[in-house]
Design a binder for this molecule. Structure first.
Ligand SMILES: [Zn+2]
Length: 119
């Protein structure tokens, strides 16, 4: 299963909103001021592999900040990690990276966090 970012233009689902809110409430203090944007952002890029990765911006930026992250255990001993990202003052997306049980990255974004944007 490999990540494949595709264009989108949709509202967030309720479960995506809930996940973002939950992550941001336990994230960095700065994350709080981005929480209201959850209701306004639209998904512009998403991954069709099922990893849950969604972006609300389409431009690459050097001004990316990780607002929150959380690791989840998988049944097979691996883990996956969600990252909530901002670009400047904009809530920018939800990144997901999977690790196998040896701690090796399984589904790495093409190069690095966020770098696949703007293709
Ligand atoms: Zn994916």
């Amino acid at each position: 299963m490999y990540c494949n970012n595709v264009e989108a233009d949709r509202d967030l689902t309720d479960s995506e909103k809930d996940l973002l809110r939950a992550l941001m409430q336990i994230g960095k203090p700065e994350a709080y001021r981005f929480i209201p944007q959850i209701e306004d952002v639209r998904v512009k890029i998403e991954c069709d592999c099922g990893c849950g990765r969604i972006y609300f911006v389409t431009e690459r930026s050097d001004d990316v900040m990780i607002l929150a992250s959380r690791k989840f255990d998988r049944d097979d001993g691996g883990t996956f990690v969600y990252f909530v990202l901002s670009v400047g003052e904009t809530l920018a997306g939800l990144e997901s990276i999977s690790y196998n049980r040896f701690g090796e990255i399984e589904e790495y974004p093409e190069d690095a966090l966020f770098r696949s944007l703007g293709k």
